[in-house]
Design a protein around this ligand. Sequence first.
Ligand code: BLA
Length: 522
Amino acid sequence: LAPGEPVDLDNCAREPIHVPGSVQPHGVLLAVSEPDFTVEHVSQNVVDLLGVQVEDALGARLEHVLGTEAAELVRAHVRTFGNLRQRNPIVVPARTPRGRVELDAVLHRVAVADRTLLVVELEESTGPRPFSFPNTYQAVRDAMERLSASGSLTELYDVAAQEVRTLTGFDRVMIYRFDAEYNGEVVAEARRADLNSFLGLHYPASDIPPQARALYEQNWIRLIADVGYTPSRIVPGLDPGSGQPLDLTHSVLRSVSPIHLEYLGNMGVAASMSISLLRDGRLWGLIACHHYSGPHHPPFGVRAAAEFLGSSLSLRLVARAEEDELQAALAAEATLVQLLIASRDADRTLAEALVGRSRSDVSLRTLVPAHGVVVLGDGQRQAEGEVPDDLAVLTTWLAEQATDVTARTALADQEPDLAATLPGVAGLLAVRLPEDRVIVWFRHEAVRDVSWGGDPQNKAIARREGDTVRLSPRKSFEKWTQTVRGQCTPWTPQELRSAEDLRRRLLETLLLRTRWALTSAE
Ligand code: BLA
C-alpha cells in the first residue's frame, strides 16, 4: 500500500484471491509436470493425509507419493479424457498413516508461464450418509422432477433451496439474487427449523467484491469446510521458472480470503458453500449455504450434483425470464399499434389524438403505467391523470437534454431545481419530438422498506498498520430496516424500450401529418 493511498473498500477488490498460496487443509494439493508426473508443488499437509514429508514429495514421481495403483489410475484418466474438469472426480486407493483409504482425486490443468501443470487435489471421499452415491443419484433425480413441476418463479426458488439442502445437509440454504448494482437479496430459503429466517434480507454489493464475483463466473462452486481452519501452504510458493504463484481459480481446495472468514465468523457460520447462478455467463445470483453446528464437508460428488442443480435452475430461470420478456414485448407492441392508429387522426392534433378519449381503448398509460401523462405540442396541453400545472421549467430542461428519451426515478435527488417546480412528482419519463412536442409520464413517490442483514453503511472497518491495511467486515448482522423515500417505482427496461419505439414511430406519423398539411394547403 502506497503512503497516502486511501484505505477503503477498493482494498477489498484488490485482494488477489485466485493466488492465495495455500489450500484448505481438508485435502492435499499436488501440481505435477507432464508427462513424467514429477511433483513440482505440494501443500504442506501432505504429511498429515499421506504420511509423506514435503521434501520427499517435491521432485519425486507421483507414484512415490500416492502409490503405484493410484498414480496409474490418474495417468490412465489423463490419457483418456480431454476435458478433465468435466470428468471429476476419480476415486483412487491410497496408503495413509491410517491405512488404505479411498480418496477423490480432482484433476485440472493450470498454465504456468509457457507450460501447463496437472493439479491433483485429494480429498477423503467416504462421507457419512446421506452422501452415498445411490442417495445422491436419487436426490438429484427427485430434485430435477420437482424443479420441472414447479410453476411460479417463487416456487422454483423454493424447490431449488429445499433440494440443495436435502442433497448437501447444510443447516441453511439460500437463493441469493443480485440486483443491477450487485446488492443481493435472499429470495428463498430452506433451513433447520430452529434457525431464524434470512428470507427477504438484503446485503450490500461490497460483501462480495468484484474479483470474487469474476472468479465465481469461472468456477461455479466453492466450499469452506471449516471456517476456523489453518491454511496449508503450497511449497514452493512461487514457480521457480516464472516466479509466479500457482493460479488456484479452478482449484477446489483454494484457501479463501481471511476477510471473508472473519465475516463468516461474525455471522456465526462454521462452514459455508456457494454455487454460482449464471445468465449468459454472467453471475445473477448464488445458492448460499451455511452450517452452524461445526465443520461440514460434503464430498466432491455431492457438491458436483449440487452444482448441476444450480445450472439447471439457472437455465429454467433464464427460459422463464425470456418468456416473460417476450410476453411484455408483445403486449407493448399491441398497445403501440393502437396508439399509432389513433395518432393518425387527421382531424385532431397529435396531443388530442394521443390523449383524451380517442377511438382506441388504450392510452399512453397502458403503454407505460404512470400516475399522469401529458402531451404538449401545437400550442396545446393534453393531460391524463395527475400532471403538475406549471411545466415551463420542465420543457426548458427537456430541451437541454442530450438524448430524446430521458428517465429519472429520484427527481428531488437528481434534479433538485426541476423537482421544486413539479410538486408530487418523484420520477418522470420524457420523450422529445420535433417542433417542441413532448410526451411526459409522471410517477409519485413509492415509499418502500428494505430490510438489510446488518447496516449496509457500516460496511467495513479499515485501519492502517504501517504500510498494510487491515480490513474487517462488519460485526453486526442484526436486521436493519431502511425506509427508501423520494423514489418512484423504477421504469422497466421494457417501458424504456416502449418510449423509444413510440418516439421512432411517431416520427413517421408526424411526417405524414406534414404531408397532409401541405396537400390541404395546395
Ligand atoms: C466472498 N461473500 C463471499 C461469498 C459470499 C459472501 C456468499 C462467497 C464465498 C462463500 O461461499 O462463503 C457473502 N454470504 C454472503 C452474504 C450472505 C452470505 C451476503 O451468506 C448473506 C446471507 N466481505 C465483506 C467485506 C469484504 C469482503 C467488507 O463484507 C472486503 C473487505 C470480502 N467476500 C469478500 C471476499 C470474498 C467474499 C474477498 C471472496 C472469498 C473467496 O472466495 O476467497
